[in-house]
Design a protein around this ligand. Structure first.
Ligand code: ADP
Ligand code: MG
Length: 327
């Protein structure tokens, strides 16, 4: 049994956020247990400490980037860290899109081989396509495949929140991207890539865009920079050649509609669907909308204690989403 003073030491180091001391106390406890002949328990505690130390290390880079980008602790809006366990194989991607995304992973995984030959791996990417079609989730799966953290920078809120200072905030983020290899997703890229809008300080946005372009041209780190926008058509065409790859996401076609629904229903009892009824109901809906509608149909089944999802319920949920969107 641990002593009262050990428990107190554990709790006080935990509440102080002192991970090193927390681990040291836990290791003392392991040693004490080993002396009492409780070898198995001692080994288990040591293994848990090692695991916790490894996790703390991977969390460390996040903390560093955060404190760099937001000295006053305003990191929330500026640089949002997100973690995911999603694999690319969990996503429904049309074949040529999947090939493009997998090529990015392959090049990043073979960085040193490519660099030895003076070849630059794809690292500056532009993701375009309608909302809810997988830009963010793909960035997140890419980060996971490469075992890198993902940081999301919402350019629209960065600019509106730090009007007059957005350039200096962005420079802090670029600095972080040079120092800490990670995937940096600059979301709502059209808010700087599109400067014909009369609202706001256009001069400032120009400066921000120029700084962004200079940064991606000169960057030396192996970070992955992804600019994403729902409005690719609004971007200045001249911007496209500044990126190593332009990845276009689109609304799901018939095969992807089926795949999306089947994936979501894989653990749920369902009848043989009449896809001829379902597909027209899902036309023009995004992956996100189809996902929501399918989840609605599953909820219905659970609430009414039914034992399966029927195509009728699914068609109803899909039609409802189409109606809400005025499609
Ligand atoms: N290709 C996809 N495969 C599977 N689910 C998807 C796909 N695209 C979008 N989704 C679903 O829609 C949600 C929103 O997608 P997201 O990547 O955020 O869209 P956006 O293109 O607006 O960034 C995801 O969390 C996921 O549930
Ligand atoms: Mg998104």
């Amino acid at each position: 049994m641990p002593t009262a003073s050990q428990i107190k030491a554990l709790l006080s180091s935990h509440s102080a956020g002192d991970a090193e001391r927390f681990h040291a106390v836990a290791l003392q406890m392991a040693a004490a247990e080993a002396r009492k002949g409780h070898q198995k328990l001692a080994d288990e505690i040591r293994e848990l400490v090692n695991k916790s130390r490894r996790n703390a290390q991977s969390g460390n880079i996040r903390q560093k980037v955060h404190s760099l980008a937001a000295p006053q602790g305003e990191a929330g809006e500026l640089l949002e860290a997100s973690e995911s366990h999603l694999r690319l194989s969990d996503l429904v991607l049309e074949d040529s899109l999947r090939e493009r995304v997998e090529r990015i992973v392959q090049e990043q995984k073979n960085l040193s081989k490519l660099k030895e030959r003076n070849l630059r791996p794809r690292q500056r990417l532009l993701f375009t396509g309608p909302p809810g079609c997988g830009k963010t989730i793909t960035a997140s799966a890419l980060a996971n495949e490469l075992r890198l953290p993902l940081f999301v920078v919402r350019l629209d809120s960065l600019i509106s929140r730090y009007l007059g200072e957005s350039l200096s905030k962005l420079l802090l983020i670029f600095d972080a991207a040079e120092k800490h290899r990670a995937v940096y997703l600059f979301d709502e890229f059209d808010s700087i890539g599109y400067t014909r809008d009369a609202s706001g300080d256009v001069g400032e946005m120009r400066r921000v865009l120029n700084a962004f372009l200079v940064f991606i041209e000169k960057m030396k780190s192996n970070s992955l920079i992804i600019a994403a926008t729902n409005y690719g058509q609004r971007l200045d065409q001249a911007l496209f050649r500044r990126f190593d790859d332009l990845v276009e996401f689109g609304l799901p076609e018939t095969p992807q509609i089926r795949q999306t629904i089947k994936r979501l229903l894989r653990d749920v009892e369902n009848e043989e669907f009449d896809w001829k009824k379902i597909e027209p109901a899902a036309k023009e809906l995004s992956y996100a909308e189809i996902t929501r509608a399918t989840e609605e149909a599953i909820k219905e089944m659970i609430i009414h204690d039914l034992n399966m999802v029927t195509d009728k319920a699914l068609v109803r949920a899909l039609s409802e989403r189409r109606m809400n969107l005025r499609l």
